[in-house]
Write a new protein. Structure first.
Length: 326
């Protein structure tokens, strides 16, 4: 039996709009989600902000109830057996919430060990080992309020592991971190996976998912678009080449003409300091560079490269323009 299994899982909620005359609107956060995740798997959930990643994580970790369908974790029903699931899982959310800033790192882990009913003799050995794992041994007695954001996130992971969970849920654990701190978190996740820990990781960072995960589900508007390995996802754009053009002074008319070009499969924009980065997916894109530059006549071209598609390009093709709204 899979460690995590969902069947036609859906979740809706009511949103209120307006100030004086409030109106209720039903939002479909998840719609008919079907997933199976095996023991020891590092499984990635990829999607833009608002896709439903955190909602799914909260349902699987028994924080939210599904509206329809079923979900089982460790063979247990998330609705009727939540109390049995909770001691066997760990949850780490991105950001700085969930820690007590006036406690030290050591005191934080002792507190959560008691909360999870970890026997004192086991906690005594486990806490130093976890601090060593996340690189905080030399700061164990320092208050959390003095920690950098990356250090706080590493402590979050240690907290999530205090009960030695069978399944670890990581919801965008590197969000807002600098590149060095993000790399440290990825190394920790990779080490945990190598030890056989089952990990459910959500992210909108393609390189992170590509580097870490054995399989990936792409989620958008609450629906699963595809589930497979990063390598197979990349094959969905094997027919394309990618042209990147950095330019200053690109007009809306030129962008519209590029978007409507019969040989442009997808176009999205990225900021490049003073310039604008145009990422163009096109069959035989290298031979069409001249056409694209001609359309941009009047703009100052700073850089043009062609390359083979990546996981990010596959993601953009599956999700569409919303993929870049992160």
């Amino acid at each position: 039996m899979p460690i995590i299994q969902t069947n036609a899982l859906s979740r809706t909620y009511i949103s209120k709009t307006g100030v004086i005359r409030k109106q209720k609107k039903e939002i479909q956060a998840l719609e008919n989600v079907n997933l199976e995740i095996e023991s020891g798997e590092l499984f990635g959930l990829l999607g833009p902000n608002g896709a439903g990643k955190t909602t799914l994580t909260k349902v699987l970790s028994t924080i939210l109830l599904p509206t329809e369908g079923t979900a089982h974790v460790l063979g247990l029903d998330v609705i009727h057996q939540a109390r049995e699931i909770r001691p066997r899982i760990g949850i780490v959310f991105g950001g700085e919430r969930g820690l007590y800033w006036r406690l030290s790192a050591m005191e934080t882990l002792k507190y959560f060990a008691a909360l999870y009913h970890v026997p004192p003799d086991i906690a005594e050995n486990r806490i130093p080992a976890l601090l060593e794992l996340v690189g905080l041994s030399d700061r164990a007695d320092e208050r959390v309020e003095n920690f950098s954001r990356g250090m706080k996130q590493r402590l979050h992971i240690a907290r999530g592991l205090i009960s030695d969970p069978e399944v670890l849920f990581l919801d965008e654990p590197t969000i807002g971190l600098d590149p060095v701190a993000s790399r440290e978190i990825r190394h920790i996740i990779s080490d945990l996976s190598a030890e056989g820990k089952t990990i459910f990781l959500t992210s909108h960072y393609m390189y992170e998912v590509d580097e870490l995960c054995q399989r990936v589900a792409v989620l958008n508007k609450g629906q699963v678009l595809m589930v497979d390995s990063p390598a197979v996802l990349k094959k969905t754009v094997a027919d394309l080449e990618v042209v990147e053009i950095d330019a200053i002074g690109v007009t809306e008319a030129a962008l519209a003409e590029l978007q409507a070009h019969p040989q442009v499969d997808a176009l999205h924009l990225e900021p490049r300091d003073l310039a604008q980065g145009l990422i163009i997916q096109s069959p035989d894109g290298a031979s069409r560079v001249g056409e694209f530059i001609h359309i941009l006549d009047g703009a100052t071209i700073q850089r043009v490269i062609t390359r083979q598609p990546t996981l990010e390009d596959a993601y953009v093709r599956l999700v569409g323009p919303e993929a870049m709204k992160t």
